[in-house]
Design a protein around this ligand. Structure first.
Ligand SMILES: CC(=O)SCCNC(=O)CCNC(=O)[C@H](O)C(C)(C)COP(=O)(O)OP(=O)(O)OC[C@H]1O[C@@H](n2cnc3c(N)ncnc32)[C@H](O)[C@@H]1OP(=O)(O)O
Ligand SMILES: O=C(O)CCC(=O)C(=O)O
Length: 385
């Protein structure tokens, strides 16, 4: 296990999560999500983009006034004076000020050059500090930036008064090895807090976030269910459980609350949770395969990476095409019937044919019928011999 470190989660479900194409939260949903995250002990939330307009600012103010008990709130803005004054009018004292740091973004998107970027960072962050705001710097497209320039950006942001560098893998183009090396290099050149903001375009957002933490990141951006732009961000539930189980690091987030939060966000975002979504998916603690069920019944640790009770859930065992006789016996034991090994073996092919024909487990009535049929077949065999 690596040396114990404290990692702060900054959940951006209400900002990048809501940026998912087609997703929009009502004011009540925003408040409910913020309250649920606060109650679970998530220490920081990024809750919106003031520059979007008055309705968005009202949403931000409503969350800010929702009486959260310990969560610190942040808003997102571009590196511009008008965005900053919108942010300052929201009642939130922490602002993430974003600026692209890759040449392609600087030149092709903004039509500017590196020296303009450094000047703007210096000016706007000083203005924000003069307004009494705490500032995190958001380095958009950090993964494609020149690392030397990124280090100069970090230095400029820190000198102007920022406390954090958000390393955004905006397009999800890194792997964990690259992420580790880039964050380690940045860590060596700045003593700012470093926040990883990973996207899941190649399915690596969680892996990259964990690699960033190993490389020296102090903060991780997450979203519930991995919601977020395109393929989404690193999922809150994966980061909390990953840090706990891989490194023994506690984020202070109460894991038993994660399924309910996941459900709340799934409903509000109208993005149902895939049944096999790690940690919170409906089927991720469900077992059918004979060898696994046999092992689990002898000792849960044989097929358990972590105890589902940690997230308030339980193993569930079902019958299907891949069942073995231990699973069949269990299904009957639950009906108060103790099967012999021979009975279980005789019933197993019928279980498989139901699963194959109807793509489901047999019902209790079907199981009882299989047992009667097996008994009849047994008698006929005895009579015939
Ligand atoms: C990687 C990310 O997730 S970044 C966050 C992205 N999120 C969003 O875009 C959602 C919210 N966005 C919005 O509501 C709108 O885009 C607004 C209100 C911010 C701006 O709207 P508009 O003024 O109509 O501009 P539009 O969206 O068409 O273009 C973006 C403008 O921001 C500029 N810009 C983009 N990033 C930055 C930045 N970090 N700092 C300064 N300016 C920036 C662009 O150059 C462009 O400027 P221009 O209007 O002078 O050409
Ligand atoms: O600059 C930032 O704050 C990060 C913005 C973002 O969401 C991203 O780059 O993916």
């Amino acid at each position: 296990m690596p040396e114990q470190r404290s990692i702060t989660i900054n959940d951006t479900t209400l900002r990048d999560g809501e940026q998912t194409a087609g997703v929009s939260f009502t004011l009540d949903e925003k408040i409910a999500i913020a309250r649920a995250l606060d109650a679970a002990g998530v220490p920081e939330l990024e809750i919106g983009i003031p520059a979007m307009g008055e309705e968005e600012r009202e949403g931000i103010r409503a969350v800010a006034e929702a009486g959260l008990s310990h969560t610190r709130l942040m808003v997102w803005c571009r590196m511009r004076a008008d965005d900053l004054s919108d942010a300052a009018a929201c009642g939130v004292s922490f602002v993430n000020m974003s600026m692209p740091v890759s040449d392609i973004h600087i030149q092709r998107k903004l039509g500017r050059d590196r020296s303009w970027v450094l000047g703007q960072i210096d000016r706007q962050i000083r203005t924000a500090r003069d307004l009494g705001l705490d500032v995190g710097f958001g380095g958009e497209d950090s993964s494609r930036a020149d690392p030397d320039f990124m280090a100069r950006v970090a230095e400029t942001a820190q000198r102007a008064g920022a406390r954090r560098y958000r390393f955004a893998d905006t397009l999800g183009v890194l792997d964990p090895f690259q992420t580790f090396a880039l964050i380690q290099a940045l860590r060596a050149r700045t003593d700012l807090e470093i926040e990883i903001h990973a996207h899941d375009d190649l399915g690596l957002a969680t892996a990259n976030s964990l690699a960033a933490v190993r490389g020296g990141a102090t903060h991780v951006n997450t979203t519930v269910n991995g919601l977020g732009e395109r393929a989404g961000n690193a999922a809150l539930e994966e980061i909390v459980m990953g840090l706990r189980h891989l490194y023994g690091w506690d984020t202070g987030v109460e894991a038993t609350r994660l399924p309910a939060i996941s459900d709340l966000v799934a409903r509000a975002s109208n993005r149902p949770i895939p049944i096999n979504k790690s940690i919170v998916g409906g089927a991720v603690f469900t077992h059918e395969a004979g060898i696994h069920v046999d092992g689990l019944l002898r000792d849960p640790m044989t097929y358990q990476g972590f105890d589902p009770a940690e997230v308030g859930r339980r193993h569930s065992i079902v019958l299907g095409k891949h069942s073995g006789s231990a699973g069949v016996k269990l299904a009957f034991a639950r009906m108060g019937i103790e099967l012999t090994d021979g009975e279980a073996r005789a019933i197993l092919p019928r279980v498989r044919s139901v699963a194959g024909a109807f793509k489901r487990s047999p019902t209790s009535d079907e199981l009882l019928q299989f047992r009667r049929d097996a008994a009849k077949a047994d008698i006929s065999t005895v009579m015939a011999s």
